[in-house]
Design a binder for this molecule. Sequence first.
Ligand code: UGA
Length: 442
Amino acid sequence: MKISVVGTGYVGLIQSVGLAEFGYEVVGIDIDERKVKLLNRGISPLYEEGLEEMLKKHLGKNLRFTTSYEEIKDTDVIFLCVGTPQDKDGNADLRFIYSAVESIKRHLDDRYRVIVVKSTVPVGTSRKIKERLKDYNVDVVSNPEFLREGIALRDFFNPDRIVLGFGDLNNPKPIEVMKEIYSYFLDRGVPFVITDWESAELIKYAANAFLATKISFINEIARLADVVGGDINTISRALGLDERIGNKFLNAGIGYGGSCFPKDVKALIRQFESRGIEPKLIKATEEVNEEQICWFLNKIKRYYGDLNGKTFAVLGLAFKPNTDDLRESRGIKLIDLLLKEGCIVKCYDYVEKARENAIERYRLNNSKAYYGYNLYVLDDLYEAVKDVDGVIITTEYPQLREEDWEKIGNLVREKVVFDGRNILDREKIKRLGFKYFGVGRN
Ligand code: UGA
């Protein structure tokens, strides 16, 4: 079976490399010439654990990349993995999806093909794609992805479930094709959810919205814990010990970011609203998340009074650990707010590429500083904390626990930590003479 993958972003690239590892002949298609050139040289344009090694392993053998849609002619299955960004009203923008479908259409012939939608698309999109291809010998399958950035390749090979949505469950052809492609998972007992298009599409949004809701829920409880004097970390742990609740995604902090949760929650809200239904719970999830960063900033403000002229070390630029991705990063949002308050910000991230991306984002004049906005991106954590009025933690790097906090205490101007991810050992930090402010654990 020959496979083409349209789009070589996070989803498409992992899909291409993963299917190549299964032994299929795979061609990745992308309109971005620069990206295709890089990939054909074995260079991954994005950072993912183990990705470049696996890319190099299959390149020139059963994996290659091209800008030509004509290559789909030679393939039996086409995975659609193009981006579905947010439009100005918060809806999923399907421009790239439909333009890819049109490009594919130009090269279809009589041969039977399966088109698999992996991009996150609003309910009804697979049906619309099939409608556009009604005169062709194709079946459309919805196969949402549940990969986490940073460990996407690991997630690809160890899925909790495979979700497959079909237009007609009485038509065995596409079902057989998909079962063959994912036979590796079938053999290992991974549950397969075989359903209709609409359910499959909704599963993806519901999964992300549910996880986002867990985060907003615990963040809301944290606000009360802060006032009444509880410890949210202990509360989360106890909640998680109830198997019905589960311990994942219950870490309180300054909110969720990234390219998926904020965008998908918004897009789901729009899907309700466009059908005249008010999504009360999901809207509240979004609201809590949007407010959380201001709630945290107010905590900092309450401590100092006026923030104007204060210097802070912000530890964490990426939206979560081990990625260079700054999209919707709470750390970046906080930096923007601190700059607005007239603060001097010295930031650091363990991932070098995340630091580079931040420099680019703020268009710094050199690698060290953007003097106009009093922002510094430093390559060393201890440099970042030197002479600051407070240290602020914005990304949940476990390494932060192992840092030499005694040394940090000697470098800062004032020993205060605002732990936006509740990552530090509160008692240990306090013993070192720091004032400690977490989220829901004061
Ligand atoms: C998320 C989902 O976890 C994936 O299953 C899904 O496939 C993906 O979106 C997608 O739709 O493509 P990802 O965006 O990579 O994956 O990141 P997560 O690991 O889910 O973290 C999202 C955000 O939530 C981060 O900002 C993180 O700091 C925050 N978070 C996570 C919390 O604030 N508390 C937690 O307990 C967990």
